[in-house]
Design a protein around this ligand. Sequence first.
Ligand code: MG
Length: 383
Amino acid sequence: MKRIAILGSTGSVGRNALRVVDAMPGRFRVVGLAAHSNGGLLSRQVLRYKPAMLSLFETAASEALKSRPYGCRRLGSGVEGLVEMAGHPDVDLVLIGLVGGVGFAPLLAALRAGKTVALASKEPMVMAGAQFMREAKRWGARIIPVDSEPSAIFQCIQGNPATAIRRVLLTASGGAFYRRRGSLDRVRVAEALRHPTWKMGRKITIDSATLMNKGFEAIEIMHLFGLGHEAIEIVIHPQSIVHSAVEFSDGAVLAQMAPPDMRLPIQHALAYPERAAAIVKRLDLAAVGALNFSRPDFRRFPCLALAREAAATGGGMPAVLNAADEVAVDAFTAGRIRFTQLARVVEKVMRAFRGGRGLPSFSEVVEIDQWARRQAQEACTRL
Ligand code: MG
């Protein structure tokens, strides 16, 4: 049995991962569960899966866990607990489904412990993708993507030499506002949280509405598959059936298709290199009818243009992009800035950044991240 730790077990990816575990009895043993602040759900998960370790990020939220003995080790709170779980010797596979930059240190810990990491959080790879890939190589660790698009690419390239990849066609649903007409200046938070095809957490759903999520994915994919930014083309595909495609040197294009259900890429990452029995609904192409594709509108969705710019600039710029976006998304969901101001906050911080083009070390990335967060907080108050 593969022993797995789930970082972010009460979030959308974590809950789906546990459904995958349930659907494949005898295959996985859940040895660690870590959640952010949902102590009630975490305590129910702990009772059901009986992990050896648990951790709750927010200490203030631990009331629900105090009431009974769980018979498992309680790790520290905050990043410390995540790091200990990610690198623990009793864990074979670490699923990282955390929100935002918080996955940075746990990912590093897992790679340095030589783990197989099923990675759903793209932010750490945006911050320091090249450095993480180098670290994985050094310690014999492996990253298997969980996010549907990188998973699709990972699946398409199996059995093909890396040098034969000419281009990646990265598909995007377009998010909540792609087909909406008129100004996006006064859209409400609740509208931005209504994703047309995927049910996900708040941060990623807002990032999908601005298309920043797709920009992040392009950066993550560059690093995961060793490609230049110019080798990734973003294509709007509202049905979310083609999860991405790869064009090879001979002109052949392979795409991975399935109904939009996160359990499939999660199952693929957990079971890899095996192909397990289907737990998701099968694809009925005739029922889908038509698949549409179009080019993205960079002017209407400036976050996507900023992400592409950060990818081309490299160095510390993607870390700046990531940090500024996280602060801006928080400010938008709290009603402090408008939807169209998200991109302005990110752009302001990017323009203020004076970093070299060289690859920053992990500690330099952390410093850049903190600097960019402060700058973004300030930018939110004076737009
Ligand atoms: Mg995705």
